[in-house]
Ligand binder design. Structure first.
Ligand SMILES: [Zn+2]
Length: 413
């Protein structure tokens, strides 16, 4: 494996700190080294320090001159729907004409159109499209993504999606953390109760027997899965050893955050409608909120989750893209940073912590990735700017200079 000496970074944003997700003022402590560098051996970080000190210790390492740019941990995107067929350009154009979600669904659009295309696609077709998506993520500076199934909604089609993820892991350098989201929507063939039974008695046993997922997720929302159905599915998943995430309180404040607290979930995602009681419940149970401003933006809404209240309540906040063909067609964490700062009044430093180290903990990987310190994997990005804040400030322009996974350059501009 390659050994590297990274030199002359204007800032090495280490995010070094306590070995747990960051809260409150810790979210602003980025552990920046000015004119910094790193020594990397066998894919891991061996030393982080001032560039001059690192240079003194250089032996036969390959030199990477950061040239006065920012060096940061690769982004960890803790909520994506990475694998699907086709796109939803039709929906996009309809929304631009002012049609509502209900009108679009009636006209044959919405999630159901992606389900039909995904069911019809072969594993190879899905793999080919997913590879393209994976390379988008890398080129935006993301080195790890969580990825959900959920566009199959039959036993075989859900397994197909999870198997594509397993194959994708072998073929791309992006790290993929698989989540089973059989309860993403109710298929037209069944009632919500009937389908919940299928998820619990037919899908979950197969998913766990083949070790296809680390997490189980559910879309708890009016018209999808109610609190009781969601509780049943999550309880069954917990019993077979999966950790829990949930799409909750996105369109209505239906008590989803409280349910995730009750279940001891790792994360509660979306939370656009969550109130103070929901926030207090998440705090009490140490559930990490995963906020997805890209989907609020792309749906043309202005109801962003209450990030500031969550930070003030002491929650270990996470930001993610929600990459999916319907409501958030972006793989770009820098775009999400921009939205977090302009629409949710987070500072650039808070947004970076939420999308690196906190996101890593939300995927049970805080001991391996998310910050730049000795012993961690050398997953890092060189961005073409001098100050980390520029990542959130300039928007709509790629600033990625080079991306490294386990010390190997996987994307270069
Ligand atoms: Zn989602």
């Amino acid at each position: 494996m390659t050994s590297l000496a990274v030199l002359h970074a204007s800032q090495v944003v280490t995010l070094s700190g306590p070995k747990r997700p960051r809260v409150g003022t810790e979210l602003s402590a980025l552990g920046i080294l000015h004119n910094g560098g790193m020594l990397i051996r066998d894919g891991k970080i061996e030393r982080v320090g001032l560039s001059d000190e690192i240079e003194k210790n250089v032996g036969d390492e390959e030199i990477v001159d950061a040239g006065g740019r920012v060096v940061m941990p690769g982004f960890v995107d803790a909520h994506t729907h990475l694998v699907f067929a086709g796109n939803r350009l039709d929906d996009f154009e309809r929304r631009a004409r002012g049609e509502t979600y209900e009108q679009i669904a009636k006209a044959g659009g919405g999630i159901w159109s992606t389900v039909q295309k995904t069911r019809a696609a072969s594993e190879l077709d899905l793999l080919t499209q997913a590879k393209k998506h994976a390379n988008w993520f890398l080129s935006c500076g993301t080195t790890t993504v969580e990825a959900k199934s959920g566009y199959g909604l039959t036993v075989e089609d859900e397994l197909k999606l999870l198997r594509v993820m397993r194959q994708l892991k072998k073929e791309v350098r992006l790290e993929i953390v698989p989540t089973f989201l059989g309860a993403h929507a109710v298929p037209r063939e069944l009632s919500p109760d009937e389908y919940s039974d299928v998820v619990i008695t037919e899908m979950l046993p197969r998913v766990t027997a083949e070790k296809l997922a680390e997490f189980c997720d559910v879309f708890c929302e009016r018209g999808y899965f109610n609190i009781d159905q969601s509780r049943k599915i999550l309880s069954a998943a917990k019993k077979v050893g999966l950790s829990l995430r949930g799409h909750v309180d996105q369109l209505t404040n239906s008590g989803g955050a409280k349910l995730m607290a009750e279940m001891g979930a790792t994360t509660a995602d979306h939370l656009e409608q969550t109130d103070e009681q929901g926030i207090a419940a998440l705090k009490k149970a140490n559930v990490q909120p995963v906020l997805l401003p890209g989907s609020v933006y792309a749906l043309g809404s202005s109801r962003y989750p209450r990030a500031r209240e969550m930070i003030e309540a002491g929650l270990a906040i996470v930001l993610a893209t929600d990459f999916n063909p319907g409501s958030s067609p972006t793989p770009s964490m820098p775009m999400v940073l921009s939205l977090a700062c302009t629409q949710m009044k987070m500072s650039p430093a808070e947004a970076i912590t939420a999308s690196t180290v906190n996101a890593a903990y939300s995927l049970n990987r805080g001991d391996k990735i998310g910050c730049l310190e000795p012993g961690k994997l050398a997953n890092f990005v060189i961005f073409d700017c001098e100050n980390y804040g520029e990542l959130a400030y300039w928007f709509g322009i790629p600033q990625t200079h080079a991306v490294y996974v386990k010390g190997e350059c996987v994307s270069k501009s």
